[in-house]
Design a protein around this ligand. Structure first.
Ligand SMILES: [Zn+2]
Ligand SMILES: [Zn+2]
Length: 293
């Protein structure tokens, strides 16, 4: 089944239900994430941002030097729409597991006082960890909760920005690097597509780009002798690529091994057992998982 980053709200719901049937252990978690994914897909249709402009001169230099098109701090977002999602996700979180629910209730209580969503969004894009530390300290909540809700509120804007910017990428010349050609972030997932081509999915803007089959994106290792993988019986669509060059792992989804609709954020969440297993084996994630989960 082909990779799809643009599912409708109904398709997302269906994809969530299919995974819940296959993996009942994730049911509660997927109820929560399913609501977030649905709200994000609906939000996409309402977002208004002006496309970022990149001059031809800059585009040529960036392509030649293999620099990403923008830095994370340059992403634009729809303040109203992201703010609305922030409120919506907090309310979903209030009905999730007890720790998340307590944190979300504290955030909602502090809205427009300690919590100003726009500041959080700008802080996230500018990598201002102290702002997150300060607020979570004041509210006595987990910093990861604040990061998670802020990131997921911004995500529809990030995806739209990335989609608009992808027009500047040269389709004739594959990027073949281990970081995203749009924003420079590391990949969260690897996908083997129907024809056997391999793409990586950006952990920040979810853009996908093609790379070689034997290639560790975290250290650019191309030596097959120092790369291997494991998979679970009964879950053959997934495997985990392990690199001994940098001791990092990357989950890979083989689209040829499954009939279900592939919605990468859902696949990422419903395969966290593989992250635990890879970590047990002594490998590290190449991304900051805290923001995603
Ligand atoms: Zn990206
Ligand atoms: Zn590596």
């Amino acid at each position: 089944m082909a990779l799809n980053l643009a599912l409708t709200s109904d398709q997302v719901k269906k994809a969530v239900e299919t995974i819940k049937l296959n993996k009942p252990v994730y049911a509660d978690m997927l109820d929560f994430y399913g609501r977030i994914f649905d709200a994000q897909e609906l939000s996409k249709g309402r977002i208004q941002i002006q496309p970022l402009q990149i001059s031809e001169e800059i585009r040529i230099v960036k392509a030649r030097e293999k620099f990403p098109l923008i830095e994370i701090k340059e992403f634009l977002f729809d303040t109203v729409e992201a703010g609305r999602l922030f409120f919506v996700i907090c309310n979903f979180a209030k009905e999730a597991n007890p720790k998340l629910a307590t944190d979300a209730a504290a955030i909602l209580k502090a809205m427009d006082n300690v919590i100003k969503p726009r500041e959080l969004f700008l802080g996230l894009l500018n990598g201002e960890d102290p702002l997150y530390e300060k607020i979570s300290g004041e509210l006595n909540i987990a910093e990861t909760t604040l990061g998670f809700i802020s990131y997921n509120s911004l995500k529809p804007s990030l995806l739209l920005c990335a989609d608009q910017l992808s027009a500047y990428l040269n389709k004739e010349e594959p990027w073949l690097k281990g970081y995203c050609p749009i924003c420079g972030s590391p990949p969260v997932l690897s996908i083997l597509e129907d024809g056997g081509e391999r793409s990586l999915i950006c952990s920040f803007c979810w853009h996908s780009w093609s790379v070689q089959r034997v290639f560790c994106p975290y250290c650019e290792n191309r030596d097959s002798k120092t790369q291997h993988y494991f998979y679970n019986e009964g879950e053959k669509e997934f495997r985990v690529d392990l690199c001994d060059g940098c001791k990092k792992y990357l989950k890979a989804l083989d689209a040829r091994e499954t009939e279900r609709m592939i919605y990468p954020p859902l696949e990422q969440i419903s395969s966290l057992h593989l992250d635990y297993k890879a970590k047990e084996m002594g490998y590290e994630s190449g991304i900051r998982l805290a923001m995603q989960v």
